[in-house]
Write a protein of this length. Structure first.
Length: 589
């Protein structure tokens, strides 16, 4: 039995609709009270008890039922402490009123913040308004010594990273991001961990100066593979120069791949922290003239940080919104990825028709919802013939609609076409005229126009060559692919964003996205840093491997053919080469 009285589906929809209105782009920018509760920018969490104290929320009780209902919302979310509710995505609409901030409440919240000490509340240097203080003559002298052009680039980079690490106060989140960033850029951590346990005080007693102590206690160091590659480039040996200096590319690659794989990039605060850490590091490099010949490249890396901070929240919205209701409707009707995902009250079990599953309810689309969304999409954007065929098939009066092709491919957004006034009016009229409850799941659709994009590190296709060539020819003719997507999602799509998606085509000639595997920002760059760093040249085969190969050849009869033909050993030593002794890597004399 549930811990609280069951909330009927109709009641759930009312709760979601009312709370979403409080946080919506329509109300929040003009509601001074709500802006104050959300911290002034509209993105902070609000106590669920505070929300339930509003006049229009008083009919909804108990609190546990309201909380479970809001978990089904695609627009707001319950925080981890289960006591607050907030927008899933940052407010993009300009604020038109001054927020009503309760100073006493804000001060109390700061004083009662759990897990924070006075030291943790001190400035760290990563604040948005943080500034660099003036450089003293002593600091200038040290900078001239540590970043002298007489030093090699790896030495200057090591000094820069360690100086920045020592002069910035990093908490757990900033430390994790910075460490991951420098490792992706070719450095290693804890490179001088074995110093005999000598402290800085002991080293000073031994007569070492500050520079020598800093070198011995440095935590970060450029990896040997990178050093050798950079030295090879200086010597003109391009075959071994696998690494090169490019601050902008490393910044874009980290923020578009490593950061998105290792951190919660759907969290706006996490995005802001990552971009601030990188931007602050580059600013430190410019301020201390670590690489004056690379200042333009470092400035471009800072611009990449600003771009990422603005774009990644939009990409997070797109990632969670796609494939969208029309594509999910096609998937539901055509037995695709979203088929059988919907959970209704009847699925709770016999005799529990009035119950509902806490998390499962309202997932996916019911057949009725999918049919409604599909018909409206065809009516708004399809041809008359497509609409008649679809209507006949759905009414069991015509030929069934089938899926004629399926392909996993990369897509790059070329442009978005928002719904015209006629299309918006069509959807609005359909909701008001034909559906009593307004069908809140029926949203205006526009067009997402994409082109094919080669997926990074995609496995080779095992299709026959003629099929591959036919697909390439068809892609060249039909360079653009169009999909129907909700207007709110289209507003956050940026030309240049990329998708890894499974695309299917109906017998009606309409293509749809069955599922989205991964999304990429416009500035995505695929680097091989990790793969190159871990690469080792393969050595000669071991004796056990050679014996296994000989056994396989003997079983297949190939060994007798080789011996009879008197051919070369094909990778094996000649007579006496299969002894069980230790393998020697010396060249044969």
């Amino acid at each position: 039995m549930p811990e609280h009285p069951a909330t009927p589906p109709e009641r759930t929809a009312e709760i979601i609709r009312q709370v979403e209105y409080y946080f919506s782009d329509v109300n929040l920018p003009h509601d001074a009270h709500m802006l104050g509760l959300t911290g002034g920018d509209g993105n902070g969490p609000v106590s669920l008890s505070q929300i339930m104290s509003f006049r229009k929320m008083k009919p909804f009780r108990p609190k546990t039922a309201v909380r479970e209902a809001l978990r089904q919302s695609k627009f707001v979310e319950i925080t981890r402490d289960n006591q607050h509710v907030k927008r899933r995505y940052p407010l993009m609409v300009p604020i038109s009123v001054k927020p009503e901030l309760n100073v006493a409440r804000v001060k109390k919240a700061e004083n009662l913040a759990k897990g924070l000490t006075k030291k943790m509340l001190e400035p760290t240097g990563f604040e948005i308004n943080a500034t660099q203080g003036p450089i003293s003559p002593e600091q200038h002298r040290q900078d001239c010594d540590r970043y002298s052009t007489d030093l090699s680039f790896p030495d200057r980079l090591e000094n820069l990273v360690n100086d920045f690490n020592n002069r910035r106060k990093m908490h757990q989140d900033t430390r994790a991001i910075f460490e991951k960033f420098v490792i992706s850029g070719g450095l290693e951590c804890n490179t001088r961990a074995f110093q005999g346990g000598a402290s800085k005080k002991d080293m000073k007693k031994q007569g070492l100066d500050k520079e020598e102590i800093a070198m011995l206690t440095a935590y970060y160091g450029v990896s040997e593979e990178v050093k050798e590659a950079l030295w090879a480039a200086d010597d003109g040996d391009l075959d071994k120069a696998l690494w090169e200096v490019d601050f902008e590319t490393v910044a874009k690659a980290f923020l578009s791949s490593e950061f998105m794989e290792c951190f919660d990039w759907h969290n706006t605060a996490q995005i802001r922290t990552a971009c601030l850490v990188l931007y602050n590091f580059y600013q430190y490099a410019i301020y201390h003239s670590a690489f004056p010949d690379h200042d333009a490249d470092i400035g471009a890396a800072q611009a990449a940080c600003i771009l990422a901070e603005n774009e990644l929240p939009k990409l997070a919205f797109v990632d969670q919104a796609l494939p969208g209701d029309f594509n999910a409707a096609c998937s539901t009707l055509m037995r695709g990825y979203y088929a059988d995902v919907h959970r209704s009250a009847a699925s709770a079990g016999p005799g529990l028709d009035d119950d509902w599953t806490k998390v499962g309810y309202n997932m996916g689309l019911s057949m009725e919802q999918a049919t409604t969304i599909f018909k409206l999409g065809i009516a708004a954007y399809g041809t008359e013939q497509q609409y008649l065929q679809a209507a006949a098939a759905l009414n069991d009066g015509g030929n069934a609609i089938t899926t004629v092709s399926e392909e996993q491919l990369g897509l790059e957004i070329v442009r978005v076409e928002l719904p015209t006034q006629d299309v918006t009016s069509f959807y609005s009229e359909a909701r008001d005229r034909f559906f009593e409850d307004g069908k809140r799941y029926v949203l205006s659709m526009g067009k997402l126009v994409c082109k094919r994009w080669e997926l990074p590190f995609a496995p080779q296709s095992d299709l026959p060559p003629h099929v591959v060539e036919a697909r390439k020819a068809a892609a060249a003719v039909n360079s653009e692919i169009q999909f129907l997507v909700e207007e709110e999602t289209l507003k956050r799509c940026v030309p240049g964003m990329k998708l890894d998606a499974v695309v299917k085509e109906l017998s009606l000639g309409i293509k749809w996205i069955d599922r989205v595997e991964k999304v990429y920002p416009t500035f995505f760059i695929a680097l091989l840093n990790d793969r190159v760093r871990e690469w080792h040249e393969p050595g000669p085969p071991k004796p056990c491997m050679m014996r296994q190969n000989m056994q396989k050849l003997a079983k297949s009869g190939a060994l007798e053919a080789i011996m009879a033909g008197g051919s070369g050993t094909d990778g094996f030593e000649g007579e006496g080469g299969m002894d069980d002794g230790d393998y020697s890597d010396e060249d044969p004399k």
